[in-house]
Design a protein around this ligand. Structure first.
Ligand code: COA
Length: 312
């Protein structure tokens, strides 16, 4: 099967950034508490007129324009999200209609929470192999503010809204590896749209323990599959849940900290959107260069985990 190369990225954030200081006016918390435990300084929350669709379409438009491809050549459109606007139509279908994307291709949402973007990348590769088409549009988008209890300080300070998108090309012999896994449980639980009030709950300590075990296991898994070492990897882009989780893993792996990109300070935890937002920020900063090898790792609700190695 062909490997995938990352061609282009885009991102779209709500207009309103909310600082830790502002959060401390809503709930009993402080910038010091949030920043020291998570590394988060601000997040974005959707306001009037901003939806999962407006964010996803904004990020997708940007990624497609930068890729230079004709959108008619897309082989699939995947949207990783746990907070779509509707149960059906899927967010991916709404994006397809909004952007006038092809009809004779798979268009679907993927729910694997914070691992969703990487689950979707692997699924996209499979869809391209099936059809022989060359390009995939993979979006990660969340409007977690609509699922959160804004009076629960143990969760509402952690998460944010946003979207990132990526266009991948199937290329013969391009290096590629991926893995996915799940351990069903309710350590992170969110009521979707329906009769129950929106509410996201989390056993923070259990999730912390899970994450610091899952990330090194994912990295080791990909390195074993590819017979590579961290020296061969230019960037490790992990799901941006929490700076302490990443620092813990870097220490455990004796890994070079400068290879691990971090931006949770600016966005909080945007679940499925966090990896593509990070990729787009890195692109914008000129950190991503042709020929580089990236190793991405997701972990979170489900519980799920996933990793992917691809090149630029
Ligand atoms: N501001 C101030 N105090 C808060 C708070 C907030 N926003 N949220 C919780 N607290 C309080 C708690 O009520 C508790 O008070 P108590 O001791 O009086 O009961 C105290 O802080 C300590 O809570 P605890 O849960 O022990 O804190 P912690 O050091 O474990 O940090 C997390 C909590 C959530 C930051 C940490 O468990 C974590 O990072 N978990 C992983 C979460 C995550 O990243 N999830 C997403 C993965 S995809």
């Amino acid at each position: 099967m062909n490997g995938l190369k990352l061609l282009a990225t885009g991102r779209c954030l709500p207009k309103t950034a909310v600082s830790n200081e502002e959060m401390s006016r809503w709930v009993d918390t402080s910038d010091e508490w949030i920043a020291s435990r998570t590394g988060i300084r601000q997040r974005y929350f959707c306001g009037e007129g901003e939806t999962a669709l407006t964010l996803a379409a904004g990020a997708a438009r940007q990624a497609l324009a930068r890729s230079g491809i004709d959108p008619a050549g897309l082989g699939c459109v995947l949207c990783a999200t746990v907070s779509p606007d509707y149960a059906t139509p899927s967010l991916a279908c709404l994006v397809q209609a909004e952007l006038g994307l092809p009809e004779d291709i798979p268009v679907l949402d993927v729910n694997a929470a914070c691992s969703g973007f990487l689950y979707a990348v692997a699924a996209a590769r499979g869809f391209l192999a099936q059809s022989g088409r060359h390009y995939a549009l993979v979006i990660g988008v969340e409007v977690l503010s609509r699922l959160m209890d804004m009076t629960d300080r143990s969760t509402c300070v952690l998460f944010g809204d946003g979207a990132g998108a990526a266009v991948f090309e199937a290329v013969p012999n391009a290096p590629f590896a991926s893995l996915q896994g799940a351990r069903g449980g309710k350590a992170i639980l969110a009521n979707g749209p329906g009769p129950l009030a929106p509410r996201l709950t989390m056993d923070g300590r259990a999730v912390f323990r899970f994450a610091v075990e899952a990330i090194p296991r994912c990295i080791d898994g990909i390195l074993t599959q590819t017979h590579l070492t961290l020296n061969d990897i230019d960037w490790v882009v992990c799901h941006q849940a929490n700076e302490r989780i990443l620092d813990h893993c870097i220490k455990k792996l004796h890994a070079p900290a400068e290879k691990f990109y971090k931006n949770m300070a600016r966005y909080g935890n945007t679940s499925a959107a966090s990896i593509p937002i990070a990729l787009d920020e890195m692109n914008e900063q000129g950190l991503l260069k042709p020929g580089q090898t990236l190793l991405c790792v997701g972990f979170g609700g489900g519980l799920t985990w996933a990793a992917a190695l691809f090149t630029l």
